[in-house]
Design a protein around this ligand. Sequence first.
Ligand SMILES: Cc1cc2nc3c(=O)[nH]c(=O)nc-3n(C[C@H](O)[C@H](O)[C@H](O)COP(=O)(O)OP(=O)(O)OC[C@H]3O[C@@H](n4cnc5c(N)ncnc54)[C@H](O)[C@@H]3O)c2cc1C
Length: 421
Amino acid sequence: MTKKWDIVIIGGGLSGFVAANYLAKTGFSILLLERGNKVGGRARTDEMKQQYFNLGPHALYKKGVAKPILEELGVNLSGKSPKVAGTLLENNIEYAAPFSPLGLLTTSLLNCKERIEWVKVLMKVMTINKEKLVQHTFEQWVKQTTHSKKVQSLLFLLGRLSTYCHAPEVVSAKVMLSHLQLVAGGVLYLDNGWQTMIDQLHNKAVMTGVQVQPQTTVKQIIKVDDYFKVLLSNGEEILGKYVLNTTGPDELYKMLPKMSSISQNGFTAVKGATLDVALTKLPNPQVLFALGLTDPLYYSVHSNAARLSQDNKSTILHVFRYYHPEDEIDGNSIKIELEQFLERLQPGWQNYVITSRFIPQITVNQRLPKLGDEQTLHRSKTGIPGLYIAGDWVSPDYILSEGAISSGKQAAEAIIQEAMR
Ligand SMILES: Cc1cc2nc3c(=O)[nH]c(=O)nc-3n(C[C@H](O)[C@H](O)[C@H](O)COP(=O)(O)OP(=O)(O)OC[C@H]3O[C@@H](n4cnc5c(N)ncnc54)[C@H](O)[C@@H]3O)c2cc1C
């Protein structure tokens, strides 16, 4: 006879495991299904030649909603904050980034008037009431806030850095400013990579009785009376009283062909390209963090703050290209662009490579937080009793791990409430 589970969770990323940990405390029987052969989703860390590579640059917000949830679940977060000082590049000219008092005083990017304007704008960013921005795109807010082109490009750059979103003309000012405020509270680069969060959540879940099944792809979810049939790609069938789906919206839509009010949601994913590099040494050890001022490029040496190799001697850095949703992506030229950006900052880096990895296109967040998404999100709350969703696209207010982790907790609480009724 097919076993009937109280809860079937689809997806073994941050949101799935956070939910599993909250649900496991209640004594439900829980099965977590993961398509990959390893758990972690996009919070996975891959070990290559004894070097730990996150899937591109990953930083945890120190003042966000995710950290307290992880701590509540007993996850130990070891790591350090990178320094805010760094370099901005524009037309091959380097400027000190005006993100620290020293950078602000020394940068040749801004004249005296622009410096004062920048400080005023930063204070506004920190104190603004975000609820008043629900009708604004980020671009509208930036242009209303300052007429200085330089200060505008600094705001666009900080927006990209905080959210990975590179479409200021459509993204919600409210979401962008929330995340800008979070970044201002500092970030953590985690020792041994983000896999440490996943491993701890995974172990705790398993210890409390959650059954985790990797290499299992869900094809369809069918509601039958008061339970769900979860059909797998290998033809097997699993029964669950409640289902929590933590995949992206496209995958969810495919699983629910006829039964739901969810329409092909119209969400756009936030994407980018990443070049992850391990070096025996840095040719230019002074340069640890740099951004393109208008070119959507990022560089940061993560091993300067976190232990990211077995012997803790090598240098792990990430170079990243933010994509606009309408970018036509040619992987080869993007790779050259990232390598040249790195060459500009670390001349001769190729001589010190232990290992590297280039991913031309990766989904950073399953939903670009566009202005007006709230209504679409509301419609996508499946409306099917017993079927819940979580993930980095589900929350109207948070994206990235903030959205994944907070929605995982919320979905678990909603299931518990429903089950106790
Ligand atoms: C390059 C990059 C940089 C990032 N940087 C940051 C950062 O600095 N700060 C930050 O907060 N966040 C960052 N993020 C985002 C963060 O990694 C994600 O938001 C978070 O990991 C998403 O977790 P999730 O559980 O919602 O989704 P996922 O991790 O995608 O988990 C969903 C899981 O579902 C599985 N699945 C999908 N379909 C099926 C199916 N049919 N059957 C079974 N299983 C299925 C997938 O394999 C996956 O494991 C970054 C992401 C990337 C890619």
